[in-house]
Design a protein around this ligand. Structure first.
Ligand code: GLA
Length: 743
């Protein structure tokens, strides 16, 4: 919805009072009388709809660009026949599979007016196309007096398809929407398997493989954030689809609040994907004349495996969703204070850490939790956004000044939406929190959630945050959100929709006021990572776990949807604070290298040798970060003991591959593996650029024989792609970074 205004009128957030039909009318592609089809196309893909005025609109085709095929042919080839026991006429699928249409299986739109008017049937009244990449399909139902407007787009740069549905109440009484999928997308019959993404705190983006099924796969997230458990993204693929080949369709809902994701395989042979907001009872009521717009659904289709699908998502996120802020400069190396000091702040210790971090190569110093109010532990002070005079008697000035003198940007932690009951803010305004009438609030991490739909709360937060940013020349905010929201009532009704939009609005307002400010989205790690929030933020904190081994899976899982330039990855302490496992600095550094690199450890507790190793890895990251963040990301198909991922320059002249040995193997020597995406016709100089010492456990090995640590060896792309390379014998929990340069 488009209500990112300064002061938020809750009524405005629940439903925007605008008529969607007042659309710009210039440059509209001419349509013939009785035109049956609407076609969206790019150089590589096409989306074809049947959209004759007066009929229910339906998706006929979504896939590769068709050069020799007419939509009439596709329509004829799609004709379904009568089945025994079936309805007298085949009920075609439509964009919402709305209840009144009678499509078997779960509908994509459910609404009513006080239990009446629930059988909507959306028929096309107008189609507006400004160009061949976008279409607006307007459908009215005179019976229920509901209008559905579908905004569809096929991005020519990325081939990502996006859709939103806007529901408008044309009646005279309030309509209640119980469910509105952003679209109902039919699945290609070959795509029988699903990859879903689940997890928990400190173990996000875990891939869950789902075999072919009949019935429904449904995930409902009512955590009040994107969630660790139910990431709103899913990939449908064929049995034979791999990273490098085969058909696949990926779907993601760009929304940071409650959601439902479902895939239904009907007994009539059809299958559909739906994604939309999950509402509390009566949460989405739209008055007469008002509208509700769904979050945006992002969909990527590939006939060349999962890598291609992810590359398209990455391109679309970087160039169409995000506002370009992060493109203005290379991604700076972070130093974050959390695992170094937790709540034990002192100016002296932090200045010393800043000096050491700058020497190691940090370019941004992020002061985490613990700098404000009475926040000496996680039980007090949230909401009191002023510098603690107990801990910082001179204010933050001496620290920020030193950080900036050292050539680093200063960043700071906020958790704006939350309040500890033990805080001045809560004592003054106990009525500022979200709560359900008559239900005792259960704190989580000792905190309640503020009601950002209240203008006074919104204004309080804006003023407090903006004044800290201005006073200390803050370049970066780590925006945290550390609890699920279970009773999100405001003014008596469910409010996650309004609250989520208010969070977006607050971020937006801060970004408007501070044009260079970057924001990191964090929610106990990766619990609020999605394309909705990335419109207003610049980096995701992928996980609180800095365990390098777990990070290999977490970052690989996240990479299906998120590119390396937004994926926050930090070098943690030798003994991981969360898992108590220990890792070499070589492995920790290599793992954080493949992301937006940073550090989060007490530098005074590391050995001099390890600090030197870290320093040299950061230098290497700076040398290669343009390639890391602008090249095409690829995953190699997983093996039980290796995780290999890489980036290949768009012109294929350069590439980096990280090959992490995550476990032991049952054979005496590891096998060969084949890289991906290089140009078979090019000659490449291949070197190992990390670690700088010979990683092979036995000698001689390919490392010396091919001189990989020094001058390297030249191989054809073909040899590397078709025959592959023998891996040296390495210890588990170690990682090689290979560099390819065309000669
Ligand atoms: C959350 C974040 C951490 C850290 C702490 C501070 O757990 O995920 O990175 O900022 O809060 O309390």
């Amino acid at each position: 919805m488009s209500q990112h205004s300064a002061s938020i009128d809750p009524a405005e957030i629940i439903a925007t009072k605008r008529r969607v039909t007042t659309h710009r009318q210039e440059n509209i592609l001419p349509r013939e009388d009785g035109q049956k089809f609407t076609i969206l196309k790019t150089a590589h893909s096409a989306f074809i709809l049947e959209s004759t005025i007066g009929t229910r609109p339906g998706i006929l085709y979504w896939g590769k660009a068709l050069e020799h095929t007419t939509p009439e042919e596709i329509s004829l080839l799609s004709v379904r026949q009568w089945a025994h026991g079936g309805p007298a006429v085949d009920v075609s699928a439509s964009l919402s599979n709305e209840l009144g249409a009678g499509v078997p299986g779960p509908p994509g739109f459910i609404a009513h007016r006080n239990s009446s008017d629930w059988a909507a049937i959306f028929k096309v009244t107008e189609v507006i196309q400004e160009n061949t990449n976008t279409a607006r399909i307007i459908c009215d139902d005179d019976n229920t007096k509901i209008r559905a407007t579908y905004d569809l787009a096929l991005d020519p740069a990325s081939n990502v398809f996006t859709a939103t549905t806007t529901i408008e109440n044309l009646g005279t009484e309030i309509a209640t929407i119980d469910w509105c999928s952003a679209l109902c997308i039919p699945l290609d019959r070959r795509l029988t398997r699903l990859s879903a993404f689940t997890g928990r705190w400190a173990m996000e983006f875990q891939n869950q493989e789902i075999d072919a099924f009949r019935g429904s796969y449904v995930r409902e997230n009512k955590s009040g954030r994107t969630s660790h458990d139910n990431f709103p993204g899913i990939i449908a693929k064929a049995d034979f689809t791999s990273e490098k080949q085969g058909p696949a369709a990926g779907f993601h809902l760009g929304w940071s609040g409650n959601n439902r994701v479902r895939v239904d395989r009907h007994s009539d042979g059809r299958a559909f994907v739906q994604m939309g907001e999950l509402f509390y009872p009566g949460e989405m009521e739209i008055p007469a004349g008002a509208t509700y717009e769904t979050p945006k659904l992002f969909a990527s289709w590939s006939d060349q495996g999962l890598n291609k699908l992810s590359q398209q998502f990455h391109e679309h996120l970087s160039n169409s969703v995000m506002d370009g802020r992060i493109k203005r400069k290379p991604r700076p190396v972070h130093y974050n204070t959390w695992e170094a000091v937790y709540f034990d702040h002192s100016e002296e210790k932090l200045v010393a850490l800043a000096e050491k971090a700058a020497w190691i190569g940090a370019e941004r110093f992020v002061l985490d939790d613990g700098w404000f109010g009475s926040r000496r532990n996680d039980q007090a002070g949230l909401g009191d956004w002023w510098v603690s005079s107990d801990v910082y008697p001179n204010g933050l000035g001496p620290l920020t000044k030193r950080v900036q003198e050292l050539g680093m940007e200063f960043g700071i932690w906020f958790e704006p939406e939350m309040v500890n009951p033990d805080s001045d803010l809560y004592r003054a305004h106990p009525d500022w929190i979200l709560e359900a009438n008559g239900v005792e609030q259960i704190p989580s991490r000792n905190q309640f959630t503020l009601d950002l739909t209240k203008p006074e709360v919104f204004d309080y937060l804006f003023e407090k945050i903006t004044s800290i940013i201005s006073e200390y020349n803050v370049a970066y905010v780590k925006w945290d959100m550390n609890r699920e929201i279970h009773h999100p009532g405001s003014a008596g009704r469910g409010a996650i929709h309004r609250q989520t939009n208010a969070v977006y609005a607050l971020m937006d307002k801060l970004r408007m006021h501070h044009k260079n400010l970057e924001i990191e989205t964090c929610s106990s790690g990766g619990g609020r990572s999605d394309y909705g929030i990335l419109k207003y933020t610049d980096r995701i904190w992928a996980s609180d776990s800095n365990d390098a081994l777990d990070r290999q899976t977490i970052q690989r899982g996240a990479s299906y949807f998120f590119p390396l330039n937004v994926l926050g990855a930090h070098v943690g302490p030798k003994e991981c604070h969360i898992t108590r496992r220990t890792f070499t600095m070589d492995f920790r550094a290599a793992t954080a290298f493949f992301g937006h690199m940073g550090m989060e450890l007490d530098l005074f507790e590391e050995t001099e040798d390890d600090l030197q190793i870290l320093k040299s890895c950061i230098e290497l990251y700076k040398e290669h970060r343009n390639l890391l963040h602008e090249g095409d990301f690829v995953r190699l198909d997983s093996s039980e003991y290796l995780n290999v991922v890489g980036v290949v320059a768009k012109n294929k002249n350069e590439a980096l591959f990280s090959c992490a040995k995550t476990a032991g193997h049952s054979t005496t020597l590891p096998g060969r593996f084949r890289f991906a995406d290089l140009d078979p016709a090019k000659q490449y100089r291949l070197k190992i650029i990390w670690p700088s010492t010979n990683i092979s456990v036995t000698s001689p090995s390919i490392v010396e024989t091919a001189d990989l640590l020094d001058a390297g060896s030249i191989f054809s792309g073909e040899a590397i792609l078709v025959h592959g390379i023998q891996l040296p014998l390495m210890h588990p929990e170690s990682c090689i970074i290979y560099h390819f340069e065309a000669v």
